[in-house]
Design a protein around this ligand. Structure first.
Ligand SMILES: [Zn+2]
Length: 315
C-alpha cells in the first residue's frame, strides 16, 4: 500500500491527493501553526482525499484558517471552490492575477475544456466559484501571520504562469514553489533511489527567462527545503537548481529545432521523452518503469507550452 500522509517535520504534513488516480503526483500541504493553513487543493477529485487526510491528522475542517493556492492551474486550485464548502471559516489566498478566475471560473473551465476535451469531466469537474468575500490577494513581498513567530512571505514567481507566487515559511526555512521550479519525480523513482527534477512548461504563459529569474530569486533566499506542488519536499537544494537549469535550455532548444524542421508539438514531446530516457538509462532506470506513464503525459503538456511560447515570440 502506498503512503498517503507524510510527516515532513516543522509542523508540516503532506496529503497525497491521488490526482489522475496516481500516487506521489500532486500533494496538499498542511501547516499546523497557531493558525491552520493548507497549501494547494489539487483538483476537485482530490478533495475527498484531503478531507480523509485531515481526519487522520485529527484536524476539523472548520478550524482551517487559510487555503493558499500557488497558482490557478486546475491541478493546484481547481478544488478550492469545493473544499471551501467544508471549510466555512477559511479564506483563500491567491496571486493578484488569479483572484478573478477563482471568483468566476468560467474562463478557466472553457480553457481546460479546449485542452482536455472529453477528459475534462473526469479530471476536473466540478469547478465551483470561490465567494468573493473569501478571497484574499497577496502582492509580491506581502506576508500572512500564522502566529507571532511565523509570517509567511509571498514572492511573485512567474515563468510557469503569470499568476504564480511562491510562499516562504520561516519555521522550516522552506518555500512552497508550486510549479515554478519544476516537478520532483523522486518519490516515483524511489525504488531506484535517484533524484529527478524537470521543468514544467505548460501552456499558455510559459516564459523561460522569467522561470530562470524566479529560480534565481528563490535561490537567493537560501532556503533549506523546497516543497513542490508535484511532489513532496526536497532538501538537496543545489541539485534541484542544477537539474532545472540544465534541462530548461534543452527543452526550449527542442522547440526551436521543431520550428526549423516544421514539426509540431508531438515531435517536441518525443525529443523531450527521448532525452530524459537517455539520461535515466545511464542511471539504470528500466524503460518499463511506471515513471514513464506519468512522464509521457508531462512531456506532451510541456511540449504544448514550449510550442505556444515560441509561436508567440515569433509573432
Ligand atoms: Zn501549473
Amino acid at each position: 500500500m502506498t503512503k498517503k500522509i507524510f510527516d515532513l517535520g516543522n509542523r508540516i504534513h503532506l496529503i497525497d491527493g491521488l490526482d489522475l488516480g496516481l500516487p506521489y503526483r500532486t500533494g496538499t500541504y498542511v501547516i499546523r501553526d497557531e493558525k491552520l493553513a493548507i497549501v494547494e487543493t489539487g483538483p476537485s477529485s482530490s478533495i475527498p482525499q484531503i478531507l480523509n487526510g485531515l481526519k487522520e491528522l485529527e484536524i476539523d475542517p472548520n478550524d482551517i484558517d487559510y487555503i493558499i493556492v500557488t497558482h490557478i492551474h486546475l491541478d493546484h486550485s481547481g478544488g478550492a471552490g469545493l473544499l471551501i464548502k467544508d471549510c466555512p471559516n477559511a479564506k483563500v489566498i491567491v496571486h493578484p492575477k488569479g483572484a478573478r478566475h477563482l471568483i468566476d471560473p468560467s474562463r478557466l473551465i472553457l480553457g481546460a475544456k479546449a485542452v482536455y476535451g472529453d477528459d475534462f469531466n473526469r479530471l476536473f469537474d466540478p469547478i465551483l466559484p470561490v465567494p468573493e468575500d473569501k478571497v484574499i490577494i497577496k502582492e509580491d513581498g506581502e506576508t500572512l501571520a500564522l502566529s507571532s513567530t511565523c509570517d509567511l512571505t509571498f514572492y511573485n514567481t512567474p515563468g510557469h504562469s503569470d499568476h504564480h507566487f511562491s510562499i516562504h515559511d520561516p519555521v522550516s526555512n522552506g518555500i512552497f514553489t508550486g510549479d515554478t521550479i519544476g516537478i520532483s519525480y523522486n518519490d516515483i523513482l524511489a525504488d531506484i533511489g535517484i533524484q529527478l527534477y524537470l521543468p514544467t512548461t505548460s501552456p499558455n504563459q510559459f516564459k523561460p527567462d522569467a522561470m530562470l529569474n524566479s529560480l534565481e530569486r528563490i535561490k537567493s533566499l537560501n532556503v533549506d527545503a523546497i516543497y513542490f506542488g508535484h511532489f513532496n519536499v526536497a532538501h538537496d537544494i543545489e541539485e534541484v537548481y542544477k537539474q532545472i537549469k540544465s534541462w530548461l535550455p534543452l527543452f526550449v532548444e527542442a522547440g526551436e529545432k521543431a520550428e526549423q524542421l516544421g514539426k509540431d508539438y508531438h515531435w517536441i514531446a518525443e525529443q523531450l521523452f527521448n532525452a530524459v530516457r537517455e539520461d535515466l538509462r545511464k542511471q539504470k532506470v528500466p524503460d518499463t518503469h511506471p515513471f514513464y506513464e506519468i512522464f509521457k503525459l508531462d512531456t506532451s503538456v510541456c511540449a504544448m507550452g514550449i510550442a505556444d511560447y515560441l509561436a508567440k515570440k515569433n509573432r
